[in-house]
Design a protein. Structure first.
Length: 664
């Protein structure tokens, strides 16, 4: 009996041991889930809702209908690109990442030092680095903070590199061609011209251009052009028709290639007069991956293209259509490279970024009558440019969605929204008027003699005190620090400007009279506009610096890092910060701005996601950009690092029901 009982116990233990091992093996088994995250810089929550309602974003609408989304997502303050992307990538606020703005000053460096948030390294590791540590394969394409130069990139990483030469409109004078090898047939004697490009390293890149008449029509009609570095026509050269886009890759150093896109504007086909050649900037990229990866990407997709060209558009070198072609080329290059890496290397985490929405909104967000040059007609024209950028984003979403497998998850996010700007504030002028900043006879800042100065970025600015033993050549003794800071705070808290609602009131009055004439007026709208007019008449002054923050014992994640200013300024809606020191208020340096308080409705970002274990067609009320990283850690079954301040978005996962009593 004892032997039988003993044998039964042994068998039972073996059985339980097997079950436990199987459970543990299942728990430790690597997930097959893959995550793709697209960040559309500046994609505005309000705009997405509007365009979807108008059926202009079919792919994004499909994503929302079949996945999860947030009605009122929120980013961080300051709502700027670099710190907000650092928050998306890490789940941590600026107090940990050190990315406190798009631009800031670092202690112990020259006072005029201006650190870029786009080149600086986050002081806590981003998703792609942590995922690599835990055995995952990652890829980052043009994503802010994933700079191979800093060694903090994904397994497969592509980032913008050096601009070797700015864009230009070149004038070409053609003469009889000589000493060309392997040239195509021409029905009129070939002609040639030279293009000399001044490079960043002060060298000149000489390009030979051969003009060919490919039409046997008994007329000189030079319609085909060859761009070559050695006057030997081969596969390294670019052969293109006139008035069509072409590209040329250059070997700018022994180990570095770059390139440019161009269009020859052949207005006179006989070339008896000079013709124009527009070219984009000559740009290179930083590519990191296994051996041969860089050559593989370059061979498949060519060089990293120019992102846009505002200068050329402003000077009339290119049309609006050509400008959009340049921007589209960049966005689709990033998209196609990302899809290639996804399909070829199957990374567990792929993160890509496109900037076109942010760029267009900065230039064209003309929706407020207080903005210079506003008119309904001009606003409609400008908003069509912004709509184009959203439609391009929709195309990217469609391409990515078509590539998804059953275990794939797609996150579509943005870093912030955008507000219209009607005025530029000059915080350094306020400091100058308060006797805290010194200038020379040419109104240039004398940093070594100034007690404080401001570095603006978007609608925010950091004010740094020139403190002894902290700053290089500091002049403010430690015992005077608090008194200087009080003066700074007082100066900005007391700063007032005229209420610029005048144009809005004028516009509202016009609407009122028009509506009364046509008997189409809404009583609620009338109440709202009368209240606006009443407020304007009796409140002519406003405080443009909405928040003047200083470091205190209270928790303030913006001021708990040494990169932060001693005082941080957040502008009121409608105001962008500038670096001028002549006027307190001037016309806006950009029509669209961000960087203000993240709680403002126009600054809300976008959050959408789709995947097998996420709800279908569900909208949650809110979430933070800080919650994106921990949610992806969870999907990939990775340990969430201790520095993460956000939380997994429980409501979007099927296996987790929303907590009862959660407020809407």
């Amino acid at each position: 009996m004892r032997k039988s009982l003993f044998a039964f116990v042994i068998i039972l233990n073996l059985f339980l041991f097997t079950i436990i091992n199987r459970v543990e093996a299942a728990d430790n088994q690597e997930t097959n889930r893959k995550v793709v995250l697209i960040s559309f810089d500046g994609m505005k929550n309000e705009s997405i809702k509007k365009y979807m309602k108008e059926n202009k974003l079919p792919h994004i609408k499909k994503l929302q209908d079949n996945g999860v989304s947030a009605k009122n997502p929120i980013t961080i303050t300051p709502s700027l690109t670099a710190p907000s992307h650092a928050a998306i990538a890490t789940g941590a606020t600026p107090k940990q990442t050190g990315i406190v703005s798009n631009h800031w000053h670092e202690p112990n460096k020259a006072l005029y030092n201006d650190e870029s948030g786009f080149q600086a390294e986050s002081q806590v590791p981003p998703l792609w680095v942590e995922a690599r540590k835990q055995g995952k394969t990652t890829a980052t394409i043009a994503f802010p903070g994933a700079n191979p130069k800093e060694g903090k990139q994904g397994d497969y990483s592509i980032y913008f590199g050096k601009t070797w030469s700015p864009s230009n409109l070149e004038s070409l004078t053609f003469t009889e061609a000589t000493k060309w090898d392997l040239s195509p047939i021409s029905f009129t004697p070939m002609k040639e011209a030279e293009l000399s490009i001044k490079m960043e390293n002060n060298k000149k890149q000489l390009i030979h251009i051969l003009a060919i008449d490919s039409t046997n029509d008994q007329q000189p009609n030079y319609d085909t052009f060859v761009l070559s570095e050695d006057k030997k026509v081969d596969e390294d050269d670019s052969i293109v028709k006139g008035n069509q886009w072409g590209s040329l890759s250059l070997q700018v150093t022994d180990q570095q290639t770059a390139g440019f896109w161009f269009k020859i504007k052949a207005d006179n086909p006989d070339l008896t007069l000079p013709i124009s050649l527009y070219r984009t900037e000559v740009i290179s990229s930083l590519i990191s991956g296994p051996e041969g990866f860089s050559d593989e990407i370059t061979k498949e997709f060519g060089f990293y293209p120019a992102q846009d060209d505002d200068t050329a558009l402003k000077k009339g070198w290119i049309t609006r259509k050509e400008y959009q072609e340049i921007s589209t080329r960049f966005v689709m290059w990033v998209t196609n490279v990302s899809l290639y890496i996804k399909q070829t290397y199957n990374p567990d985490l792929l993160m890509l970024y496109t900037p076109q929405i942010d760029h267009e909104q900065h230039k064209y967000l003309l929706i407020d009558p207080r903005q210079p040059g506003y008119s309904p007609e001009r606003s409609e024209k400008f908003m069509s440019y912004i709509e184009w950028s959203y439609r391009l984003a929709d195309k990217v979403v469609g391409e990515i969605m078509n590539s998804l497998n059953e275990d794939d998850y797609l996150f579509v996010v943005s870093d912030h929204g955008m507000e219209p700007a009607h005025s530029t504030l000059s915080p350094n002028k306020v400091l100058k008027d308060a006797g805290l900043l010194t200038v020379d006879q040419k109104n240039k800042i004398k940093y070594k003699e100034s007690k404080a100065f401001a570095i603006p970025s978007g609608s925010a600015a950091h004010v740094y005190i020139n403190l002894q033993n902290r700053e290089k050549d500091g002049i403010v003794p430690l015992e005077e620090y608090e008194s200087v800071r009080r003066l700074i705070i007082q100066a900005f808290e007391e700063a007032e400007v005229n209420n610029k609602k005048g144009p809005v009131i004028q516009y509202n009055m016009k609407q009122i009279f028009t509506a009364i004439k046509t008997d189409t007026y809404s009583f609620n709208k009338l109440q709202e506009q009368v209240k606006d007019i009443w407020g304007y008449l009796f409140k002519q002054k406003i405080h443009p610096y909405e928040k003047v923050l200083k470091q205190t014992n209270k928790k303030n994640t913006l001021l708990e890092h040494q990169n932060s200013g001693d005082v941080v300024l957040i502008g009121a809606p409608g105001y962008v910060m500038g670096s001028g020191i002549e006027k307190n208020v001037s016309p806006p340096i950009e029509l669209g701005t961000h960087g203000g308080d993240a709680g403002r409705s126009m600054l809300r970002p976008v959050f959408m996601a789709i995947g097998a274990e996420l709800y279908k067609g569900k909208q949650i009320n809110s979430m933070s950009n800080l919650d994106i990283a921990p949610s992806i850690y969870s999907l990939l079954e990775l340990d969430i690092p201790s520095f993460v301040e956000g939380n997994k978005i429980e409501e979007i996962f099927k296996e987790t029901e929303p907590k009862k009593g959660t407020p809407d």
